[in-house]
Design a protein around this ligand. Structure first.
Ligand code: COA
Length: 329
């Protein structure tokens, strides 16, 4: 029986840095408000004409170099995103062509901010079953393509970015991905969504007039779910694996608000030094926050061989999830 392990991790963010001070010039907000309410200082915004697959391709190219393999060796590509280049073809197909992964098939997965964990769990099963030896799992979002720049409630919260990991089979004695726990609760749909552009409300002058092609959010309702949801899935996965928070070496939570991260961490009883917090520099990059956190922690050598890593997320849906793994690099 094979298990899946992560054998490379990389990320890419666009060049342009937008600070809170920049936003305060065009919106009724301030650096102080954004920093104290969210923990965000700055974020990266894509250039005009740049797409989600461009960010993903840049991340994947770094990953292939890191692992020292050719794109032709990839068997399958899963792209978690809510901002695909277009409805179809899938961003995975666009990406496959851009990176030259001519032997891979792939598909997009829509799980909002939980998309990367959903995709990681899905990809791990292809390796676990023995079907594939090299699966790329990408989390990529170009949130600026679906934000209303006039809406201070949402525009300040998000950034653009992409992260990717490579899954391969473990060697004898290695653990790799140990367990995952994924949830969704569709009753939360109304609190965070982009209502226009799908089959229910196809794009029309009316949907544009009603501003339906951008993110709509009830921040307080999402906040409440987030703290409960993320700590609940984290506690549950530790409990069912007979582990406790002190066993965790690194916690990589979804980066949506520093207060959500801190509250969940406190509920879990985790030491602050074990928590990845990069929201100050990247804001919420939706499906990309966790793979960016992994990529950065690997690059900075914060992740060490043998570390027990806990990933946890929540997002639109509502969705939530956690995943436990042993770092093997
Ligand atoms: N700048 C200045 N003031 C702002 C503002 C901004 N960017 N956005 C909102 N405000 C104002 C509000 O209008 C409100 O004013 P009022 O009291 O006069 O009505 C006040 O600040 C407080 O707003 P509130 O929404 O209660 O703030 P909050 O403390 O709940 O913080 C969020 C708002 C969005 C930061 C917070 O609710 C949050 O992070 N929610 C979760 C969002 C999330 O994680 N989304 C992604 C999920 S994957």
């Amino acid at each position: 029986m094979y298990r899946a392990k992560i054998t490379a991790a990389a990320y890419h963010v666009p060049d342009r840095v937008v600070t809170n001070h920049d936003l305060a010039k065009v919106l009724d907000t301030s650096d102080e408000w954004i920093r104290t309410r969210t923990g965000i200082r700055e974020r990266h915004f894509a250039a005009r004409g740049e797409s989600t697959s461009d960010l993903a391709a840049a991340a994947v190219k770094k990953l292939l170099k890191q692992r020292g393999i050719d794109a032709k060796e990839i068997d399958c590509i899963i792209v978690a995103t809510v901002t695909p280049d277009m409805f179809f073809p899938s961003t995975a197909c666009v990406l496959q062509e851009k990176i030259g992964a001519s032997n891979a098939w792939g598909f997009d997965l829509s799980g909002a901010c939980s998309g990367f964990l959903y995709a990681l769990a899905t990809g791990s099963q292809f390796v676990h079953s023995g079907a594939y030896g090299k699966v790329l799992v990408v989390g990529a979002d170009l949130m600026t393509s679906i934000l209303d720049p006039r809406d201070r409630n949402t525009y300040i919260l998000f950034g653009d970015g992409a992260g990717v990991v490579l899954l391969e089979p473990t060697r004898p004695g290695e653990r790799g991905i140990i367990d995952f726990l994924l949830r969704c609760d569709g009753s939360g749909g109304k609190y965070l969504r982009m209502p226009g552009g799908g089959s229910l409300h196809p794009a029309s002058p009316d949907t544009i007039r009603r501003n339906m092609h951008v993110v709509h959010q009830d921040g307080r309702a999402v906040f409440k779910f987030a703290v409960q949801g993320m700590s609940d899935v984290s506690e549950s996965i530790l409990r069912r694996n007979h582990l406790c928070s002190s066993d965790v070496d690194l916690f990589v939570p979804h980066q949506a608000n520093i207060r959500i991260i801190d509250a969940s961490t406190e509920k879990l009883g985790l030491e602050q030094s074990k928590v990845v917090r990069n929201i100050d520099r990247f804001a919420n990059t939706t499906a990309a926050t966790i793979p960016i956190g992994l990529g950065e922690s690997y690059e900075d050598r914060r992740l060490k061989k043998g570390d027990l890593v806990l990933l946890a997320t929540f997002g639109a849906g509502f969705t939530s999830g956690s995943l436990l793994l042993r770092w093997t690099l």
